[in-house]
Design a protein around this ligand. Structure first.
Ligand code: ATP
Ligand code: MG
Length: 496
């Protein structure tokens, strides 16, 4: 048969555009909110880690991880057609003190894509908001941010996401000389409490209103449903409740954020800015994960209170729009009950209790006291308890406690509640609620050490486990085990 000339496919299929359908979301707010600028290129970029799930969510063409244009775009070396890169301005309270203007000092927003997601490059060079900083992020902290964003999402905890990390041999000075990297972050919006504080502090009421209208129209349209209510008060209430639910999830899973400044609080109630974070190993309520936090302002058990303090800052910023202190206060009032209800719901699920019953709060209180007194390993306790309920064999859990009598007394109380329901269903809920794999500091550290030597296999293995944190993968028991002794010597500060 003669070869057809007009219907034959071309010898090489032209590459599909990497990202299409860019539209002005945040950029439509206008120049009072940002500075347009291009990322600063980095030499010899290479892939460090990629998330296939995120590629799918963004509608990236298959095989994007093999494409040179993707590597260049996500390192900030080439701006994809249609993108209008910008750095936004915000202010904030840092460690309880007004810090004035901050802004995206090392993050550049490429824009919003057809999928309704914003894409932001973190570590891609100086901006007008860099102050004394170099605009860069190092490989170590970028890997931590990448892994933790995706781990949190897999745990069902609201978070900014990460599509990939790229590295470059360009040296970056921190306590020691390190190398540069860029994290490609993804979220519906990167707006923070600090964006509102910025315009409020400057008395720029028109911009403050514009920002509030944008956030309500795009992300909280229900705040306009009640014609008699003030939409900005409704926004404050909605943000308070989302923040309460977020922090309840952190407390339940044992996540310490480490730097809950108001510029690190998402208006969408997402976990944002993975800096000195840590998942608890031993349960220590006063644990401080950020070695720069000398006062312990952001200690684990202070997080719920700090969340409220940060919301007070947001309330103060929104007050010119709400115009009524009582309404603003009322909007904050649901924070505490929503936090308590969300926290108890998480703890009940962790305990396998499918209904609220009298005595469950006392059970949780008693457990927290026992865990703290014995500095019991938090993730291992919960996973062992899940298996114990499944097998009706509690000895491996009992072994975690030095105070055997205390544990036995608690167990009696717990078993009374367990007996009111189907134990197989309870165990099933627990095994789907209490992760087997969490991003403990030492696991991240091992992946980072190998990556610094050019070996990304440990990172990929860890990423794979964290993507399915409830599924035990044979041969990977060490990832679910106790931390090694050297884990307690890892020092994580704000330096990133
Ligand atoms: N290396 C740097 N160069 C320039 N600016 C920086 C650098 N590190 C931090 N900043 C800026 O300092 C402020 C506080 O930093 P913080 O550590 O909270 O944020 P971050 O980790 O840079 O980013 P994000 O909050 O976007 O995750 C922000 O304005 C941030 O952009
Ligand atoms: Mg920050």
């Amino acid at each position: 048969m003669p070869a057809s000339t007009d219907c034959a496919p071309p010898a090489t299929t032209p590459a599909q555009p990497l990202l299409a359908g860019w539209h002005d979301g945040f950029a439509a707010l206008g120049p009072a909110f940002y500075t347009e600028l291009r990322p600063t290129p980095l030499p010899a970029p290479y892939w460090v880690g990629t998330s296939a799930d995120m590629g799918t969510l963004l509608g990236l063409p298959a095989g994007w991880q093999q494409r040179g244009d993707a590597l260049q775009a996500f390192t900030g070396n080439a701006v994809p057609p249609g993108s209008r890169p910008l750095a936004s301005v915000y202010s904030g309270h840092q460690f309880g003190v007004w810090a004035g203007q901050l802004g995206d000092g090392r993050a550049i927003l490429l824009g919003e894509t057809a999928a309704g997601q914003e894409i932001q490059l973190k570590g891609c060079g100086r901006t007008p908001y860099s102050r004394m900083g170099d605009g860069r992020a190092v490989l170590r902290s970028s890997i931590r941010e990448f892994l933790c964003s995706e781990a949190m999402a897999a745990l069902g905890i609201p978070t900014t996401r990460a599509l990939c990390v790229t590295g470059s041999p360009q040296p970056v000075q921190r306590e020691e000389l390190e190398s540069a990297a860029v994290v490609t972050r993804v979220a519906p919006s990167f707006i923070r409490f600090g964006h509102f504080e910025h315009f409020a502090a400057r008395g720029q009421q028109a911009e403050l209103r514009q920002l509030a209208d944008y956030v309500i129209d795009r992300y909280y349209p229900e705040c306009r449903n009640d014609a008699n209510a003030n939409p900005c008060a409704a926004l404050l209430r909605a943000v308070s409740e989302r923040t309460a639910r977020l922090i309840a999830q952190w407390q339940a899973v044992g996540f310490c954020h480490g730097v809950m400044n108001t510029d690190n609080m998402s208006i969408l109630g997402l976990t944002i800015d993975y800096g000195p974070f840590q998942f608890l190993d031993a349960f220590d309520p006063g644990h401080i994960c950020n070695h720069s936090d000398h006062q312990g302002r952001y200690a684990f058990d202070r997080q719920p209170g700090v969340g409220y303090w940060n919301l007070l800052c947001l309330a103060r910023a929104l007050l010119p729009l709400i115009q009524d202190v009582e309404q603003a206060q009322a909007a904050l009032d649901s924070y505490e009950p929503v936090f308590i209800a969300a926290f108890m719901a998480r703890l009940r699920a962790k305990l396998g209790l499918r209904q609220a019953r009298a005595g469950d709060e006392a059970l949780v209180d008693g457990l927290q006291r026992l865990l703290a007194a014995g500095r019991v390993d938090y993730p291992i306790f919960w996973r062992r308890l899940s298996h114990a309920v499944a097998a009706n064999q509690f000895e491996p859990v009992r072994d975690l406690f030095a105070d055997r009598a205390g544990f036995d007394a608690w167990l009696l109380q717990y078993q009374e509640l367990l007996a009111l329901d189907d134990q197989a269903l309870e165990a099933d809920l627990m095994l789907k609620t209490n992760p087997c794999y969490v991003l403990r500091n030492h696991l991240g550290e091992e992946a980072i050490r190998a990556a610094k030597l050019g070996d990304f296999s440990a990172l990929q293995t860890l990423q794979g486990l964290l993507a399915r944190p409830f599924d035990e993968l044979p041969g990977h028991e060490a990832y679910a085990g106790f931390p090694p002794d050297w884990a307690s010597t890892i020092s994580i500060s704000c330096s990133s």
